[in-house]
Write a protein that binds this ligand. Structure first.
Ligand code: HEM
Length: 485
């Protein structure tokens, strides 16, 4: 489906929605026993869903963004470290870190990055007590997600397929953690304190999560059980962890193997990552991130980020049509899709008429918009199978902004892909994840040298199925050297 058609089909005012799909999804994937599909849809798609929009708005963005940035500044120099024990650095434990010498380590690349990113972002939404009480929540979430496609098909956990039972058990643990967390927040909002001290510090839970808990609590009093509420919290945890973490990994994977791109990105980002070295006592070295400037002044890093999204996100948007309506493809898309779509007229050829690019959709139709297909369509992209970190860079004639790129005024064109979806169900974590990926990737690129540990060099580890962005098929060991003394 061409981009202009996708935009029209998913436009906020188009008579389509995914409400039935969400009911089906929650039943199969999150095992909510049909509770969400059965509940009052005006409450679900009214105030409860609307509360999710706050994730893309202030004050949430500044508050959560600050917590995340503080976490990155505190942790990036200890991405791997011989001085920290594994107990408080889960990402090191998962990555099987081996210490080779002062400031030199070996680790499994994907688990290291995936868990590091999880530990940076989760407290900004769910607060520190949640992570303290459930330090293995990301591990469980990933174990569940490994068989996401089987759950989506509606397979019951007892089917003897490899790992399905374990994934279902991990899903149950995630749901039970969310229920415990929900109950703790409800108790705290009533002024009750837990006697065991596990939930004494819920002040740093984000406003959005607290608000959602309150709204669900109101709705739950009308419902026979909490299944829908718990599944909804688990869903938020899932969407937080299945894309950005993986994107950071693939972005680093491609940038580190291209020395000229790596050098150019480091040059571009370094004015906004302030490193204070402490030679002789490296544990006292610090970094601080200039968040607004990282978002405003790093077109090359952002182009590489978008290129990573183009190659690895495989988003599909499913919708049911609620009323008949008509959509039209743009002339540009028609010509790209069918370059010979000209018809003879008066001795010459003119583009096909608007009516030939128009489609009638009927109430009851089901639509799937496969964004990932467009992202790999050679009619839209030169050598779409290759990673080209500069692909989204555009010249910006009228901007005073200069970058370190040799050709002067440049910017990024983020309109060519829609990895966050489109329309009413567009990703509500778009802005937070933009900041998350740029800051984490930028800080790691400046603080660490990374090269493959195995003889196979940078050969691609292949792609495995996952609920969100495609993950690597096999382990990839790396050597890391800290650049900050
Ligand atoms: C690079 C990272 C991310 C990508 C590529 C991504 C992509 C997506 C996509 C494709 C959808 C479905 C859109 C549709 O159905 O049309 C979605 C939904 C959603 N995402 Fe993200 N996402 C990312 C990060 C995040 C993060 C970090 C959060 C949480 C803070 C988040 C929260 C959500 C929510 C709440 C929804 C459901 C929206 C709704 O149903 O209205 N996402 N995301």
């Amino acid at each position: 489906m061409s981009p202009s058609l996708a935009k029209e089909v998913l436009a906020v005012q188009a008579p389509v929605n995914n409400h039935d799909m969400v009911g089906h999804f929650m039943r199969n994937v999150w095992d909510d026993k049909g509770a969400m599909g059965d509940m009052d849809q005006t409450i679900l798609w009214g105030k409860i869903h609307r509360a999710m929009y706050q994730l893309n708005r202030e004050p949430f963005l500044s508050q959560a963004g600050k917590i995340m940035t503080d976490n990155i500044e505190r942790a990036v120099l200890s991405l791997v470290s011989s001085r920290e024990t594994g107990s408080n650095l889960k990402w090191q434990e998962r990555a099987h870190v081996v210490v080779h010498g002062p400031n030199e380590y070996e680790a499994s690349f994907f688990p290291l990055i995936r868990h590091f990113v999880a530990d940076m972002v989760l407290p900004s939404l769910f607060g520190t007590d949640f992570i303290k009480n459930y330090p293995d929540i990301a591990t469980d979430l990933f174990a569940f997600d490994a068989n996401f496609h089987l759950f989506l098909m509606g397979l019951p956990p007892w089917i003897p397929l490899s790992g399905l039972r374990e994934s279902a058990a991990a899903r149950d643990r995630v749901k039970s953690a969310m229920e415990d967390f929900h109950n703790a927040l409800v108790a705290a909002s009533r002024g009750e304190r837990t006697t065991d001290g596990r939930w004494d510090n819920l002040d740093d839970v984000s406003s959005v999560v607290k608000n959602r808990v309150n709204l669900w609590e109101e709705a739950v009093s009308e419902l026979s059980n909490k299944e829908a509420c718990i599944a909804s919290h688990a869903f938020l945890l899932w969407v937080t962890l299945i894309n950005a973490n993986v994107i950071v990994f693939w972005l680093l994977f491609h940038v580190y193997q291209d020395s000229s791109l790596l050098a150019a990105i480091r040059e571009e980002v370094s004015p906004f990552v302030h490193i204070r070295e402490s030679p002789g006592s490296p544990e006292r070295s610090t970094i601080t991130l200039d968040s607004p400037e990282i978002r405003a002044q790093t077109p090359l890093l952002q182009s590489a980020f978008l290129e990573t999204m183009r190659l690895y996100t495989q988003s599909n948007s499913f919708k049911n049509v609620q009323a008949d309506f008509v959509v039209s493809e743009s002339e540009i898309d028609q010509n790209i899709r069918e370059p010979n779509s000209f018809v003879p007229k008066g001795g010459s050829k003119v583009p096909v008429s608007q009516s030939q690019r128009t489609y009638q959709l009927q109430q009851g139709d089901m639509i799937c918009v496969p964004f990932g297909l467009h992202q790999s369509d050679s009619r839209y992209w030169n050598h779409p199978e290759n990673f080209d970190g500069r692909r989204f860079i555009i010249q910006q004639q009228d901007s005073a902004r200069r970058t370190s790129l040799s050709n002067g005024r440049v910017s990024v064109d983020s309109t060519r892909i829609s990895p966050w979806g489109s329309g009413a169900s567009i990703c509500k974590g778009q802005k937070l994840s933009y900041r998350e990926v740029l800051e984490i990737a930028g800080a790691i690129l400046l603080c660490w040298d990374i090269e493959p540990a195995g003889a196979a060099g940078w050969s691609h580890p292949g792609l495995a199925k996952a609920g969100g962005t495609a993950i690597p098929k096999r382990d990839f060991r790396i050597r890391l050297l800290r650049r900050v003394p």
